[in-house]
Write a protein of this length. Structure first.
Length: 229
């Protein structure tokens, strides 16, 4: 017996009964059988009268953007098959000589272990893509704009060599910006340089310690300003 007409109480009762122990119209993953059946309904079944059908409807609705890529033949009227839908219905080109039991239905029509592995890979990729869509876009990395003061030993320090040494530090998550020399008194000028860092990748304490390692030029460093991007 098929579902025949989902717009009648009788058809919805059969659908609800069929989905009592199943997540999909046939098999263990969504297919065109679910798509056609879903579209045959004008709205979600009454959850009070048809709880299993309503649960299935809500679940299949989450695949709406992937309907066209689900396995099976969308031109078939699966609602007229109902419980009799089999792998042969979904994929007639690879239908077995004798109809399989429902527990053995293979929506991908795999005939050997290699094909089964490929089917599993595709299924996992689709599940991963769906999960990614549900979780939303990945948040951008937190970044900060830092203004750092780097003081030389005296007025005879080669400030060009000092800056070249500082900029020679290259790290993932570190971007050097503009710089200028700022007078501090007695003819001494400090290097004031801007940098952008990814907070999770660059520790300012470690960076300052590395800059202090250029001991021929650098007396000390200070963070003059810091702002989150």
């Amino acid at each position: 017996m098929g579902f025949v007409d989902f717009l009648t109480d009788a058809g919805l009762t059969v659908l609800n009964s069929w989905l009592t122990t199943r997540s999909y119209i046939v098999g263990y993953s969504p297919s065109q059988a679910d798509v056609v059946s879903f579209k045959a309904l004008k709205e979600s079944p009454d959850a009070t009268k048809y709880p299993h059908a309503a649960r299935w409807y809500k679940h299949i609705a989450s695949y709406s953007e992937e309907f066209a890529t689900l396995p099976g033949d969308a031109s078939k009227d699966y609602t007229s098959y109902g419980p009799e839908v089999t792998a042969a219905t979904l994929n007639p080109a690879k239908a077995p000589a004798a109809e399989e039991d429902e527990d053995d239905v293979d929506l991908f029509g795999s005939d050997d272990e290699e094909e089964d592995a490929e089917a599993e890979r595709i299924r996992n990729e689709r599940l991963a893509e769906y999960k990614k869509k549900k979780e939303g876009k990945v948040k951008p990395a937190a970044k900060s704009v830092v203004t750092m003061d780097i003081k030389p030993w005296d007025d005879e320090t080669d400030m060009k060599a000092l800056e070249e040494s500082v900029r020679s530090i290259e790290k993932d998550g570190l971007l050097w910006g503009a710089s200028k020399l700022v007078p501090v008194g007695y003819g001494i000028k400090k290097l004031q340089i801007t940098l952008v860092i990814e907070d999770d990748k660059i520790g300012l304490d470690d960076l300052q310690e590395e800059i202090a390692g250029f001991e021929d030029y650098v007396q000390s460093t200070d963070i003059a300003a810091m702002q989150k991007l």
